[in-house]
Design a protein around this ligand. Structure first.
Ligand SMILES: Cc1cc2nc3c(=O)[nH]c(=O)nc-3n(C[C@H](O)[C@H](O)[C@H](O)COP(=O)(O)OP(=O)(O)OC[C@H]3O[C@@H](n4cnc5c(N)ncnc54)[C@H](O)[C@@H]3O)c2cc1C
Length: 388
């Protein structure tokens, strides 16, 4: 007997912030059709940023990281199916297949499947804890609690995740060492001045740094850099993510480094949108929380044929040894890095034009900073904004 598929006017694949924001925006604009979020994790959608910050330092309740409280879904008539993976999308039939054999017919579909942490491709790489999910964060927190005070921990990767994790480990009295392959923190992508600032604060907080070297293998109790052994209580790796594009590849959508969409989040199929870490929007894939949230909103507007606002420059918020760090913009090149306002704002300049900003300790609002970068403001306009 052929089982009739369940139907959703809008099917949101992936239980992350991009899907939730899409659902919220659909309802805010009066959409009355059925909306279903399918996520393969066992939790309601949650925010990942606290996993490498508050949740590492403290035993917080899961509810504190939820993207929306559980009752929100009922109130907004948003159906939520957790612990179920969409295995394939039949674009002709407009149907999604589930890992339990179920089928969901849809009118419009958003692919917001996010990204997964890259595993460490070295001998013994499986000894490294990864950090992407709430379960990963609980495992990491358990390792923290089990470690003796002052125990050494190896953190592989000096990007946003590695820097935040090492900061948190030092804050709870462990002795982390960051091993970063590039010669500077953040893979050198944020320039030498910010990397030197970050290194100084991490070292002050009790984090050791090994830059320009790679961990070559792991065993049960240590990391090896060639013949040099770093003993540790445990090891964490934060070496980047891989966008989860499999569904889109199978469905023969256009995929590059992420699912390719136009500026309105539309994929190469007219009934399918993509948003968040998995999407390459108008030529760029951004892996940050604000971008994912905004993309979900943009996709909803696009589905409803409402005007979609122009793409904003990326904004990533982070922490270094307890100090807030906001990066506004994602410039590929610049000519000069200039500290301003008592070294609390780093301006990345192309001639006199501000192409990216690093803001330390929240001294400038990210919205103002975004406006300045988007307007191609001059360094003098930035100075004026910093004085007002
Ligand atoms: C530890 C950590 C800390 C972070 N800190 C910051 C920060 O401080 N600032 C910042 O700007 N950004 C931060 N980020 C990045 C930010 O969290 C991501 O950009 C954001 O989560 C992306 O949201 P998303 O909805 O695109 O995808 P995700 O959050 O990855 O959600 C996608 C969901 O879809 C599920 N899924 C995948 N495939 C399927 C399928 N076939 N069927 C069903 N479900 C599926 C996944 O399991 C996942 O639950 C952090 C990320 C991590 C991991």
């Amino acid at each position: 007997m052929d089982v009739q598929p369940q139907r959703a006017d809008v099917l949101l694949v992936g239980g992350g912030v991009a899907s939730v924001r899409c659902a919220r925006t659909l309802r805010r604009h009066g959409f009355t059709g059925s909306v279903l979020i399918v996520g393969d994790e066992d939790h309601a959608p949650y925010n990942r940023p606290p996993l490498s910050k508050e949740l590492l330092r403290d035993d917080l309740a899961d509810e504190l990281v939820l993207a929306e409280p559980e009752r929100w879904y009922g109130r907004r008539a948003v159906d939520l199916l957790t612990g179920r993976r969409v295995t394939t999308i039949d674009t002709d039939a407009r149907e999604a297949m589930l890992d339990n054999g179920g089928r969901i017919a849809f009118g419009q579909c958003l692919l917001a499947t996010g990204a997964e942490a890259r595993a460490l491709p070295i001998e013994g790489g499986a000894h490294a804890l990864l950090l992407r999910t709430l379960e990963d964060a609980r495992r990491l927190r358990a390792a923290v609690v089990a470690a003796d005070a002052g125990a050494a921990v190896t953190v592989i990767g000096g990007g946003f995740i590695g820097v935040e994790v090492a900061s948190g480990l030092a804050a709870v009295g462990l002795r982390p060492t960051i091993v970063e392959m590039a010669s500077d923190l953040w893979g050198g992508l944020l320039g030498a001045k910010l990397a030197d600032w970050g290194a100084a604060h991490l070292i002050d907080a009790g984090v050791a740094l090994c830059r320009g070297v790679a961990v070559t293998r792991l065993d049960e109790e240590s990391a090896w850099i060639g013949d040099e052994r770093l003993p540790h209580a445990f090891v964490v790796a934060g070496i980047g993510v891989r966008p989860r594009v499999e569904l889109a590849v199978d469905a023969e959508l256009e995929v590059g480094d992420g699912i390719v969409t136009d500026a309105d989040q539309r994929t190469s199929h007219p009934a399918i949108w993509a948003a968040g870490d998995v999407a390459r929007v108008d030529g760029r894939r951004v892996e940050h929380w604000h971008a994912a949230r905004d993309a979900g909103e943009r996709a909803a507007r696009s589905m409803l044929s409402l005007p979609v606002p122009p793409l904003r420059v990326p904004w990533v918020f982070s922490e270094v040894a307890g100090i807030a760090l906001d990066i506004i913009g994602q410039a590929d090149t610049w000519e000069e890095e200039r500290w301003m306002r008592d070294a609390s704002v780093l301006a990345y300049l192309d001639g006199q034009q501000v192409v990216q900003l690093a803001i330390i300790g929240s001294v400038l609002s990210p919205d103002t900073a975004r406006d300045l970068v988007e307007a191609g403001a001059s360094v003098h306009e930035l100075e004026d904004a910093l004085q007002s």
